[in-house]
Design a protein around this ligand. Sequence first.
Ligand SMILES: [Cu+2]
Length: 135
Amino acid sequence: MKLTTLIIAVIVFTIPILATAGDDPTLYFITPQDGDVVSGEFTIQFGLRGMGVAPAGVEQEKTGHHHLLIDLDTLPPMDTPLPKSEQVRHFGGGQTETSLSLPPGKHTLQLVLGNYAHIPHEAPVISKKITITVK
Ligand SMILES: [Cu+2]
């Protein structure tokens, strides 16, 4: 009897932990990769695990749309809508890739997920910043 209770308790408390661990959202670049050398117009593919992509304006839990930060040294505020500029590109249509051409030299790229109103999530979903070289 006691053993049964213990087993049930272990199962009940373990399931939510496992479920949560698998849900940890990860945002990353499929291409290019950190340190890559590119030339001309190149393709950037956005990768997202643990959450879904939805267009801007569509309010749905655990979804967002991609924002590409180009050569941005400091992250924009995470509690207001992300600004829109040449350095902060919005993919409000729910796009998961884009093509870009940048002047020759080193550039940094980083992704931030924004919700339906372009605001980063409560625990912001941000990719690692990568550095690429444009020939
Ligand atoms: Cu946006």
